[in-house]
Design a binder for this molecule. Sequence first.
Ligand code: BG6
Length: 492
Amino acid sequence: MAFPKNFLWGGATAANQFEGGWNADGKGISTADCMTRGSRTTPRMTTYKTPDGEVKGARFFFTGDAPAQGSQYGVFEGYDYPSHNGIDFYHRFREDIALFGEMGFKTFRMSINWTRIFPTGMELEPNEAGLKFYDEVFDELHKYGIEPLVTLSHYETPVALCNTWNGWADKRTIECWERYVTTVGNRYKGKVRYWLTFNEINIAQMAPYMGGGVGYSTPQIVADTCKHQFLGSARAVQILHSIDPNNMVGNMVAYGATYPNTCHPDDVLKAKLVSRGSHFFFDVQATGKYPNYKLKEYERAGIEFHLTEEEQQLLLDGTVDFLSFSYYMSSVTSADPKVIEDAKGNFMGGVKNPYLKASDWGWQIDPVGLRYACNELWDRYHLPLMVVENGMGAQDTLEADGTIHDPYHIDYLRGHIQEMDKVINEDGIELIGYTPWGCIDLVSASTGEMHKRYGFIYVDFQDDGTGNGDRYRKDSFYWYKKVIASNGEDLD
Ligand code: BG6
C-alpha cells in the first residue's frame, strides 16, 4: 500500500562523519575530531594529554579507560583521525546534493557542526564563514526541493567545553548552547523547518565523551549530563518555536525492541526494565517529566537529583513536536546472570537471538522489531514518529566498470520499509518520515572505518588513506529512487 502523500523519504548523515574540512575557515575542534580510526577488532581511541604531559588514547565507549581528571583532549601528531577528511562533503556538497536530488529525496538529515559556528563554544559572536557554508548547503538542497532535517548536536561538542568544564556535565554549557541555537535558528529561519536536538541523547549514558563531551565521568556525572541535555533540548524547542512557529522540533534516541529470552516472568519483566533505559529519554522529552522509576533508581544509587521549579516548568514547556529514533537491531535480555554472562550476543550486548541473522559487524537484523518499536512509542506517547536512522553497514566491491552490486543493502531496507508500511496502514500510526543512515558512504561512528558502508552512493575513500573520493551509484541507488518515485509501492 502507498505511504502518505507528504511522507518524507530521504537519507541521513552527520557533519563529523562526512564533512571533512575539520579546521577549514575558522572551524574549531570538536570531540569527534579527537577520535582515531579503529576497526572491527581495534577500538577507536580519543586522544588526550595527561596533566603530566603524556599523550595517550582512551577507548570512547562504555567510558573505556578513564583518563585522569585534568587531561586535555586534542589532536596530536602521529594519529589518524577520520573526521578530518570525512568524505570531503565540505568541498563536494553540490555534487552530492545533485545525487540526492536525482534519487528524489524529499528530505536530507544532516547536522550543523557546532564548532563551525562557535569554534570553542564560548565565543559571543559566531564565525561568519561557518554560517555561510550551511547557507549554501541549505540553498542547494532547496534547489532540488529537498527539505533539510537538521540535528543540532550529533556527537560534535566543542572540545574546548570538554576541556574547560567537562562539557555537558556542567550547567554552563547550556548557556553556550542557547547562543548557538539562537544563532542558527535566526540565520536559517525559512530555510530549515525540521530540527532534532541531540542525536541519540541516550548514548551519553554509555559513551559520555561522545554523547556529552564529558571527559571524566562517574554515575553522578552521567545523571547531571542527562539533566543538562534535557534542559538544553527544552530550551532549543522554546527558542526555535519563538523564532518561527512553523518550526517542528523533535528528539532523537537510539532505540530498538528488547525481547525476553524466555517466557519466564522474570525474563519478561527484565525486558521491560531494560527498555526503560531508552524510554526514560522519550518520557522526559515527550511528557516534560522525569518518570518515578528513574527517581527511585537515582535514590537507590545515591545519585543526587534536583530540579528547581523553573527547570520543571522548562521541561514541561519544552516538550518535542515529534519523536525520532535510530533503529538498527533488536536485542534479547535475560534475568539469569549466567545466561547473560555466557551470551556472545548482539553488538549492543545481551543474548543472541537464534531467529535472526547478523551483519558482518554483529548487528542482528530484525525488520519486525521496527514495527514493534513504532507501536511501543506510539502507544506510550501518541506523537508523530520519524525513523531517522536505519540501515546495514557492509563491505562493498567497486567493480572495474564502476558498478557496485549491493543486494544486501536492498534486502535490509526492503524488509524495514515493508514493516513501516504495516505501521502506517495496519497499525494506523502517524509515521512521517524515513531517512536511512549514511545515504552516502561515510565514516563509521563506532569503528571510524570507511569500509563499513551503508550508502546508496559509493565514495572512493579507503581506510589506508588511498582513494580519490569519486562518487559512484550503487544498485541500491536506482532501487531507492524507484521506491521514492512510487511512494513506497514498488519495492522490487
Ligand atoms: C548511530 C549514530 O548510532 O549509528 C551514527 O547516530 C552512526 O552516528 C550510526 O554512524 C551507525 O553506526 P556505525 O558505528 O556503523 O557508524
